[in-house]
Design a protein around this ligand. Structure first.
Ligand code: CA
Ligand code: CA
Ligand code: CA
Ligand code: CA
Length: 420
């Protein structure tokens, strides 16, 4: 399909295929954004569509042999944020840390959505604003129905809140000089991830695998919200070409190490939305070599991902949320150098030679697209009657082409949007 951006596309998909060989993929202008493989149940995804016309394509593609499962992919319930109300901007499966008060909120595309309150169990509940509140008493998974109502429209979707134990291994992977990223971590598989200080990149502590058996796999996962960048140090000491340390995003392999790698840096750009980041040490059926261990350290985030983790608002990471109630959402505050917790003054248009002009400072390297629209009636907005005067590293400056001498009323608004 062709989508006119900027917009957000929401959809459900699932796949039943040969894992890691046959894929259901989503591309935007032939650039891969998301892929799933193996036996995966229905999941909700939101993808940022940049300004302009873009070809969005779902493809089921197979390698040269072998099929497994139902050998097909499914796509359902397509929505565009510009046309659908209510529109959920985040995932329906939420992971939280146990032991501390929860501050999660399901983000919607516009304010004013009403959520049917639900008791989730383990001391957690969902309130009318879509906030998950309480302090979870025990780890576990709580399935429920999310009923969202807005402007006389409503929909119901299955959702899950998963409470994960705080992981010492995950915290050991933070840089010694800070910050504490305060992420929820999950470990799974055979063998474990531990915190140790014998072999580190930052001299203090690092996450490491322990006791992974032959044919075993120990994984350490967390979830972050893009757009942004992740960087980390990792190394492996293993039987070369048979036992590997993998790095995966949303279940798909991105890089691997084997043998005696030494500490290496890895950096990757994360597009809009939720991403599961996984590090896994995986062994074949026989023999172990060297320390037989995978290591992870110095994990850090930049862009919106890093800013929102450090913004002092807990797990309220959705770009459309406005926890401090100043009328500016999180993405806008990030883009214009504002704060997620303090009142920011709205950038105000001024009259210059009888024309509305707006200027805003920009945060450096945001990976965002800045733009503006004008209107004569607050209903029909366009980009054809505005001139962008400056859009560089520091400043975004725009002017309405119609003077107030010609028009009865004029309005100017500024937008920011992920480039991916
Ligand atoms: Ca195949
Ligand atoms: Ca081996
Ligand atoms: Ca705000
Ligand atoms: Ca603010």
């Amino acid at each position: 399909m062709v989508v006119e951006g900027p917009d957000y596309l929401g959809f459900w998909w699932k796949v039943s295929s040969e894992a890691d060989y046959d894929f259901l993929r989503l591309t935007v202008d032939d650039e891969m954004r998301q892929e799933i493989s193996g036996i995966r149940d229905w999941d909700y995804q939101v993808v940022a569509i940049p300004p302009g016309r873009h070809a969005v394509r779902w493809t089921y593609s197979k390698d040269g042999d072998t099929q497994e499962g139902a050998d097909r992919g499914w796509v359902d319930f397509l929505q565009l944020a510009s046309r659908s109300t209510p529109f959920l901007m985040g995932p329906v499966h939420v992971r939280l840390n146990s032991g501390s008060p929860v501050e999660y909120q399901f983000p919607t595309s516009r304010p004013g959505a009403f959520f049917a309150p639900v008791q989730l169990g383990s001391g957690l509940s969902l309130n009318a604003a879509g906030e998950v509140v309480g302090t979870p008493l025990a780890d576990g998974e709580f399935g429920f129905t999310l009923n969202i109502q807005q402007d006389d429209e409503q929909f119901s979707i299955p959702a899950t809140v998963e409470v994960l134990p705080a992981s010492a291994a995950g915290e050991a992977a933070y840089p010694a000089a800070g910050p504490n990223w305060d992420l929820a971590w999950e470990t799974s598989g055979s063998g474990t991830w531990i915190s140790q200080s014998t072999e580190t990149s930052d001299g203090q502590a690092a996450a490491a695998t322990q006791g992974v058996p032959h044919d075993g796999r120990a994984s350490l996962s967390t979830w972050v919200f893009g757009p942004g960048e992740v960087a980390f140090s990792w190394q492996v000491s293993s039987e070369r070409d048979y036992d590997f340390l993998y790095y995966e995003v949303n279940g798909q392999e991105r890089a691997s190490l084997t043998g005696r790698s030494g500490w290496q840096q890895y950096t990757e750009e994360l597009p809009y939305g939720w991403h599961q980041l996984t590090w896994a040490y995986e062994k074949d059926g026989s023999e172990s070599g060297r320390d037989d261990t995978g290591y992870l350290d110095q994990i850090s985030f930049t862009g919106y991902t890093g800013w929102v983790l450090q913004a002092g608002i807990g797990q309220k990471t959705g770009v459309t949320l406005d926890p401090d109630g100043d009328g500016q959402n999180l993405l806008f505050e990030f883009a214009t150098g504002g704060s997620a917790t303090d009142w920011d003054t709205m950038p105000i248009p001024v009259l210059e030679d009888g024309q509305l002009t707006l200027e805003s400072i920009k945060r450096v390297d945001t990976g965002l697209h800045y733009d503006a629209e004008v209107s004569g009636n607050l209903v029909d907005w366009n980009r054809s009657e505005r001139s962008i005067l400056r859009d560089d590293e520091q400043v975004f400056r725009v002017r309405d082409q119609l003077g107030v001498g010609v028009a009865n009323e004029r309005y100017l608004r500024m937008t920011v949007h992920p480039q991916k």
